[in-house]
Ligand binder design. Structure first.
Ligand code: IMP
Length: 188
């Protein structure tokens, strides 16, 4: 079974390949653009994107969308996380959070998969807090200011450990559950 992974990031394709290798699923990198609508929900972005791609005749593919949702900022940067990172960056978020006591935040990752005419949409979450300063040199994006345990930032945690608890890791687990049903149905 082959799935096209639609992304501009080849690293994501390698991660999906690693996560689904044992299920005999081959991931192919495709760079097919689709509209990301303006809405506050990742699921809506993914569902609308999938509908557009399906209307263009595309089948058997994966798209995803992730973001950091900060409680005290009413979910900002959320679906605008890539833009927020490019513009105000981590220092800008820390400035917005200055003097705010409620540090609660959640990373979310929504994966949409079209397979054999069926649509699977799963969302993985990882709750944590926004630190008061950037910590660590690993990771990317908001990793230095997000802590899953109130102690270490995602930048101070190995990629392997991050995958066991992260929004993306949790979304992949949910997709594996759904796809394994699919693979076993095909065998019978
Ligand atoms: P994407 O939809 O996976 O490309 O993620 C959108 C944006 O959210 C990225 O550009 C990052 O700024 C942020 N983001 C998503 N996942 C992570 C993560 O695991 N760590 C840090 N930032 C992330």
């Amino acid at each position: 079974m082959k799935l096209k992974v639609l992304t501009s990031n080849p690293g994501k394709v390698r991660e999906y390949q690693k996560a689904f290798d044992d299920m005999g699923i081959e991931m192919e990198h495709h760079h097919i653009p689709y509209d990301e609508i303006q809405t506050s929900e990742l699921e809506e972005v993914v569902e609308k994107g999938m509908a557009e791609l399906r209307a263009k005749g595309l089948r058997d593919f994966i798209i995803d969308d992730s973001g950091l949702f900060i409680d005290a900022l009413k979910g900002f940067p959320g679906v605008y996380s890539a833009y927020g990172q490019k513009t105000i960056g981590n220092q800008g978020i820390l400035t917005l959070m200055k003097d705010i006591k409620d540090r609660g935040a959640e990373f979310r990752c929504c994966i949409g998969c079209d397979i054999d005419g069926e649509t699977i949409v799963v969302t993985g979450r990882c709750r944590g807090t926004i630190l008061h300063e950037e910590r660590g040199d690993g990771g990317f994006g908001y990793d230095p200011i997000f802590s899953p345990d109130g102690k270490r930032s995602f930048s101070e945690i190995s990629v392997e450990e991050k995958n066991t608890m992260s929004h993306r890791g949790n979304a992949v687990k949910l997709l594996r559950e759904q796809l394994s049903k699919h693979v076993s149905e095909q065998k019978h």
